[in-house]
Design a protein around this ligand. Sequence first.
Ligand SMILES: NC(=O)c1ccc[n+]([C@@H]2O[C@H](COP(=O)([O-])OP(=O)(O)OC[C@H]3O[C@@H](n4cnc5c(N)ncnc54)[C@H](OP(=O)(O)O)[C@@H]3O)[C@@H](O)[C@H]2O)c1
Length: 335
Amino acid sequence: MPDTYKKLVATQRSPDFRAAAEVVEEPIPEPGPHEVVVRNWYAGVNATDVNITAGRYAPGAEPPFDLGAEAAGEVVAVGRDVKHLQAGDAVVTSTLGGGYREYNCVRASNAYKVSEPTPEALSIMVSGLTASIALQEVADVEPDDVVLVTAAAGGTGQYAVQLAKRNGHHVIGTCGTDEKVALLNDLGCDRPINYREEDVRAVLEREYPDGVDLVYEGVGGKLFDTCVDALAVHGQLLTIGYVSEYVDGPKPVTRPRIYTKLLGKSASIHGFFLPQFAMYFGEHLRHLMELLHRDDLHVAIDERTFRGIESIPDAVEHLHSGQSQGKVVVQLNGA
Ligand SMILES: NC(=O)c1ccc[n+]([C@@H]2O[C@H](COP(=O)([O-])OP(=O)(O)OC[C@H]3O[C@@H](n4cnc5c(N)ncnc54)[C@H](OP(=O)(O)O)[C@@H]3O)[C@@H](O)[C@H]2O)c1
């Protein structure tokens, strides 16, 4: 094992990930009694990485702060009181700042054992858990309800589409390329909409006159407005993000307040932020892993290869270009 490792830190607050991020090298730590040291093989790239560099996850914290979130790797050192893990075990982890680093010292309770540290297993930690917990624990739906997923061919959208289909829903998915439409068809999506080719509002008004019962919404902006207008009576919109406004910041709108859209339909908007649902991680992780092992879940990994800590700004910009498909992953050491 080397003495030092590289990680990425934000040296200034900025939604410009490349400008904020800097590679630093430091000694590989010894694990505390309840910790393990993990050699990260893969790190997951998330739309929200630019929110992290912007300091929106740790208001008041002064740079430098660590970047990244989920990773898959192998345990290389185990603390004195850790009983359930040993060196050589494959694990996935998800901690703020724990992804964009070659080695990670984490509480053993935050390292989940998996059969192999693959990109697919890694993608479950944030992308999969978000869709699974939001749809299962927060959404209020009946099996034959209509569910709309935005950014449906992305990291978390692809999970939402498949899990909603498994629950018996009719699933509509928006995306921005014909290749993504093909992926959504393969995933069982009933009505993929390429918003560059078709007007989403017109499609929804024409083909779903009774409205949409549940929206899994991560794009924001005009698409959010369209989704709110498309809600059925008693419809529910889960707002999981607004990627279209992360880089430039939320734009002010001067319109009648949101209650004018919701009250007459008894509709609701429900925020969802994964870290606040940690009590469900173990159960949903096990379920998603089982589906993956049984081939009942297809995880698309974006086909562009990013290798090494230095490649991470390219990977983040690729995700924000709108061109990525499936989960964007960076390959670190060992993989
Ligand atoms: N609340 C939570 O706990 C939680 C957890 C995970 C993810 N999320 C949210 O889920 C959303 C998706 O995140 P992800 O990490 O899985 O990313 P992703 O879907 O893999 O990538 C982002 C996708 O968003 C779509 N998009 C639409 N308009 C865009 C714009 N103006 N700029 C960039 N992308 C645009 C693009 O696909 P198309 O053009 O094909 O639509 C793009 O591929 C984000 O809002 C993220 O913050 C929330």
